[in-house]
Design a protein. Structure first.
Length: 277
């Protein structure tokens, strides 16, 4: 069995199914690579290195703490995880407990995400058709932690509001891959975006000196906000809904940029035919 060491955790709204398409559209000549909405890091970790300077950012402190611990204290995290059992009892205990140290917080968060249905961290779950979810052992996890530890070696991990982050790191050689909360929640209950300032993000991006590539849900609101930018349409399966057996599981998304992407996208589609992922 091949272990995918290009990611550490599944995260709702992650770009596992679109990472190849997105990677193909990222320019080769960037000097600084920044993800204001890093999430599970699917795009960041897809390539061994995007630029001389790389920055991961997320407003979710649990994610930031996990990746900081993986970067600076991987062995302590692995030791903490080695004492844990993939049981429903421990899962429920963690849901109602408050860890003390940052290493304990990272281990508990990692445990809840990897042992839950759909990576939501709220419901104990086990994948029926594979040794995944709550059923899997920690052997592969340790390998992934080591791999991501190495990948994060020169990555700066931030925990800031996207506007302040973009403002600080913007210049002609900067590239921002943005995967913000979607305007329609992308079909997942946990990704409610009622309080996210979509208009503020657009207002920030339209004035930057660097380049940006933005992944969003295909909605009238987003199309109107970014009507003056390059835009291509993509489709993917709804990963969680697909596992639940929901038949209408195709989700339409947009990739939006302030530099030409249409021609390169069409070339990629022709080369891969119906395998746009």
């Amino acid at each position: 069995m091949t272990i995918d060491t290009k990611h550490l955790i599944n995260w709702v709204g992650g770009k596992r199914l679109l990472r190849k398409t997105i990677a193909n559209l990222i320019p080769d000549d960037i000097q600084t690579y920044i993800e204001p909405f890093g999430g599970g890091g699917w795009v960041l970790f897809f390539k061994d290195r995007w630029a001389d300077v790389e920055i991961y950012n997320d407003l979710d402190g649990r994610l930031v703490n996990l990746f900081r611990i993986v970067k600076y204290h991987p062995n302590a995290l692995k030791e903490e995880l080695s004492y844990l059992l993939g049981s429903r009892e421990m899962f429920m205990q963690f849901l109602n407990s408050k860890p003390i140290t940052d290493v304990q917080k990272a281990a508990q968060f990692f445990f809840l995400i990897t042992r839950s249905f759909g990576g939501k961290g709220s419901t104990f779950g086990c994948v029926k058709k594979s040794a995944g979810g709550a059923c899997k052992s920690l052997a592969n996890t340790m390998i992934k932690i080591d791999a991501i530890h190495g990948r994060l070696d020169k990555v700066l991990i931030e925990h800031r509001d996207f506007e302040k982050l973009i403002s600080q790191y913007d210049y002609e050689g900067a590239f921002f891959y943005c995967d913000p909360p979607y305007s329609t929640g992308c079909g997942y209950e946990v990704t409610s975006t009622e309080n996210f300032a979509h208009e503020r993000l657009q207002d920030v991006l339209k004035n930057i000196k660097g380049k940006f590539l933005l992944s969003y849900d295909d909605s009238l609101k987003i199309r109107e906000l970014y009507k003056d930018f390059e835009m291509v349409e993509v489709q993917r399966q709804k990963g969680i809904n697909n596992r639940q057996g929901i038949t209408n599981n195709v989700y339409k998304e947009l990739l939006i940029a302030n530099y030409p992407i249409k021609e390169k996208f069409q070339e990629y589609v022709r080369a891969n035919r119906n395998k746009v992922k």
